[in-house]
Structures are given as C-alpha cells and as structure tokens.
Design a protein around this ligand. Structure first.
Ligand SMILES: Cc1cc2nc3c(=O)[nH]c(=O)nc-3n(C[C@H](O)[C@H](O)[C@H](O)COP(=O)(O)O)c2cc1C
Length: 364
C-alpha cells in the first residue's frame, strides 16, 4: 500500500468509506504558518456529497477535526492530522458487491491485490470519499501558496459533449480565479449549466452515467519551479492527478492537440513585457523542460463516467466462480465531474507546494 506522497510537503492518507473516519497526516508545514479553518471548510463544502442533483444523495458534513499540529491558529511544525468522520453509511447497499465485482470499479483489482481482506463497504479505501482528505491537504497547500501570490482554480471544462469556454491560457488573472471558486456549479460560461445538467439527467434516467473534463489553472507561479529529470512539474503534478479515482488522462497546455501542430504553431514565441519575459501564446501550459516558465500553468484532467450504474451489466461472481449480472442500487454520483473540480485544484496545489519547498528552488 502506498499511502504517502511528497518529499517536502509530505502526506499520508488513511481510511475507508464506511469505517469510522478518513483523514490525512501532513508533515512539512512550516511552523508558524497561519491555517484558516474557515477556508478549509469552504473547500470541503465544494466537494461534499449530497448538495447537488449531479451528486450522490449520501449526505456528509465533511467537517475536518484537526487533532494535532495546530496551536492558536498556526501550524506548530509537527505533523498535522485532520480527521473527517463517516457519519452516513449504508453498508447493506454493498452486500452483493463482496462477491459480485462492479465492472469499471476497483472491486476485482482490489480483491486480487489484498487477497479479499480489503474493506469492500462503499468501495473501502478505493472510494472517492478519500478525495476529502486530499481537499483538506490541498486547502492548506493553497493557503501557503496564496501567501506567495499564487492562485489556483478549476472549472468543469466538459460533461459528455457539452463544453465550457476554456481558460485564456495567456491572460488568466488571479481575481477571475478567486471568483470562479465561489461558483457552485463551476463554469466560466454559466449558460452551459442547463445543457450540462440535462446531459447528466438524461444519463441517470437511462440508468447510466457520464464523464467529462476538468481544466485547472495556476497563476503567479514563478519561473524556475520543478527539477528535471523525475521531478518535472508534469511528472509530480500528474502523479497526484492520476491518484484521483476516475482520472484516466491528463494534459498540460494543448497536450493531446500538440502532435497535430507544426513546431511553428506549438512554439510559444517570447517577448519582454515590462522587463519580464513572457510568451505570446501558452501551448506548453506554463511548463517547458519540466520547469515553470512564469506563464499560467494550465492542465486538464479527463474523468471517466461513474462505474456504479443501475443498468444491468455482465460480471463475475467470485464465490460461485460463475458469470452473472449486476445492477447497482446504492447511492452514487451520476457524474463525478462537478465534485472533482476542487479535488483537481487540490492536487495541483499540493504538488506545487511540494515542488516549491524543494531546497534548491527555496521559494517557500
Ligand atoms: C469526486 C468523485 C466521486 C466519485 N463518485 C463515485 C460514485 O459515486 N460511484 C462510483 O462507482 N464511482 C465514483 N467515483 C469513481 C470511482 O471511485 C473510481 O472510478 C474507481 O475507484 C475506480 O478507479 P479508476 O476509475 O481510477 O480506475 C468517483 C470519483 C470522484 C473523483
């Protein structure tokens, strides 16, 4: 089990969906860092279930209880542990899933890896409930970065075939990102909310689910963050993004579109602006050579449709050794994308914090 991340901003995640609690221990927060618990609560609320028709009806307050490493509003410098209670579990919904494996979910792979000793209730440690501690740690990372003038926000770039307006990769500004984080259904173009909701509804009525894309931007990141070879910004950020359940592809800048361009199109021409080097385009998403170049960092994460669907599917029964069918009746998100927005932001915040605490960059 690899439940740790980071070299400087070190995380250790724990818990299962239907156990008593989930949480995170963070080591490496500089002593004296102001921790705003209200800001943490706001970020947690953006991910919490039960608040929107596109999400599961499981209601959880997702209040974080900080049990160590915080004194009088500041980090003590010792490990900071945040716990989130699981209060609304209905493990009976999952009884059939002990033996009948959900297609597209982690049930079979997890059963094989842990010899059947893993907790299957609500997906256990594979549940997206474990993204709550990630948001907690991300909120603290975000506060450390904000003190250095770095802002991060994401939006629902697409649900099914309905796309939002993308970020302008050259001119994202901090105030716009802060405003975006205030929106409940996080879109740049609010007119896309109705068609996106209709797309999710249509899938749910058909006993199915839909996927989509989250686009995330960070501004104010200084040039020079990231250490090639293995500490490249893309490597470190994407390793966290791929830890988010349901993320199946990640791209930086124009990513998957770059192979269809010519070098003359994909190169970002450079110029001085007020004595500062800028690029006139940002096809590379603010990262070249694995190192930030001072332009906004722009990435996209693709999330697959929710695997747990009501529609009957073929699967296997590991107890009887027979082929069987399964239709899933528990509480599930018909689309995971709206709740994943703050999770993607958190992954980028944590990775940037870890990279910027690197001794050689010595920026935090
Ligand atoms: C915010 C969020 C919510 C999710 N909610 C559900 C859910 O309600 N039901 C479900 O089956 N999968 C849900 N998932 C996805 C699964 O946890 C994930 O697909 C599964 O663990 C298999 O991992 P993989 O898709 O990365 O291969 C969610 C993912 C995220 C990011």
């Amino acid at each position: 089990m690899r439940g740790q991340f980071g070299e400087h901003f070190k995380l250790s995640i724990f818990g299962e969906s239907h156990g008593p609690a989930i949480g995170m221990v963070i080591d490496g927060i500089p002593a004296g860092t102001v921790i705003d618990e209200e800001a943490i609560a706001r970020d947690m609320a953006r991910r919490a279930p039960g608040n929107d028709p596109t999400a599961t009806t499981r209601k959880e307050a997702d209040r974080v209880k900080i049990v160590s490493g915080l004194f009088e509003g500041r980090a003590t410098g010792t490990p900071l542990c945040g716990m989130i209670e699981n209060t609304n579990t209905r493990s009976g919904d999952y009884a059939q899933l002990r033996t009948r494996m959900r297609p597209g979910h982690a049930d079979y792979a997890g059963f094989i890896k842990y010899g059947g000793y893993n907790d299957p209730r609500g997906g256990g440690h594979f549940s997206a409930r474990l993204t709550a501690p990630l948001v907690f740690a991300g909120s603290i990372a975000r506060q450390i970065l904000a003190a250095k003038g770095i802002e991060i926000a994401a939006h629902i770039a697409a649900i099914g075939d309905v796309a939002d307006t993308p970020f302008d990769p050259v001119n994202v500004d901090a105030a716009a990102l802060r405003a975006l984080r205030e929106r409940r259904f996080t879109l740049i173009d609010p007119a896309k909310e109705a068609p996106m909701r209709a797309c999710v509804d249509e899938a749910r009525m058909a006993m199915d689910s839909v996927g989509g894309m989250v686009e995330c931007a960070a501004v104010g990141v200084p040039a020079g963050v990231g250490s090639p070879f293995f500490g490249s910004v893309e490597s470190v950020v994407s390793s966290l993004l791929f830890s988010i359940p349901a993320v199946k592809a990640v791209e930086f800048g124009d990513g998957m579109a770059l192979p269809r361009m010519r070098g003359s199109q994909s190169n970002d021409a450079m110029a001085f602006e007020d004595g500062r080097v800028r690029t006139l385009t940002n096809h590379n998403g603010g990262v070249t050579g694995g190192i930030t170049n001072g332009m906004p960092v722009i990435l996209r994460a693709a999330l697959k449709p929710t695997p747990s669907i009501a529609r009957e599917q073929r699967t296997v029964n590991l107890e009887t050794g027979e082929d069987t069918t399964l239709s899933i009746t528990g509480r599930h998100d018909p689309c995971v994308v709206p709740r994943a927005v703050v999770v993607v932001e958190s992954a980028l915040a944590i990775a940037l914090c870890d990279l910027m605490m690197d001794d050689r960059a010595a920026r935090l």
